[in-house]
Write a new protein. Structure first.
Length: 145
């Protein structure tokens, strides 16, 4: 026990030396300018980025041959198939579920404006029709030449 304490006593000045040098480096990078009145207001300005308050969760790896508990966690998150994307608000329950399946999913933090419903996601993936209706013979009548 005495040798353990002696080793740590010798290492202590090294550790404290690192701590003071890092404090000095941090103190030199922080500016001492007083806060401006606009930065202290509680109203968000248009230049402020929108808060990231949702998770975008995409299943990247299949849950085939994994335990039922893992599959149940994916179902609880609302993910049924590979490459499916769901959105959830930030909360401890969702964070715990994500940690349980972190090897299978890809998670991004996104603002509320980036949240898409299933229908919106489907319309974004859908290819353009490839043609344009010029005229409807039934509705517009025969073409006058």
């Amino acid at each position: 026990m005495a040798s353990f304490i002696a080793v740590h006593r010798r290492a202590f000045p090294l550790i404290t030396g690192l701590a003071t040098s890092s404090r000095r480096a941090l103190a030199t990078t922080v500016s001492n300018t007083p806060p401006t009145p606009s930065s202290s207001s509680s109203l968000p300005s248009p230049s402020d980025p929108e808060p990231l308050d949702h998770y975008r969760i995409t299943l990247r790896r299949s849950a085939i041959s994994l335990p039922a508990k893992v599959k149940g966690t994916l179902i609880a998150l609302g993910i049924w198939r590979r490459m499916q994307t769901v959105y959830h608000r930030h909360n401890p329950e969702t964070a715990g579920k994500i940690l349980a399946v972190k090897e299978l999913v890809e998670v991004e933090n996104v603002p509320a404006s980036a949240v898409r419903t299933k229908t919106e996601q489907r319309h974004e993936r859908k290819a353009p029709r490839g043609f344009v209706v010029v005229r409807n013979k039934l509705r517009d009548g025969p073409l006058a030449a």
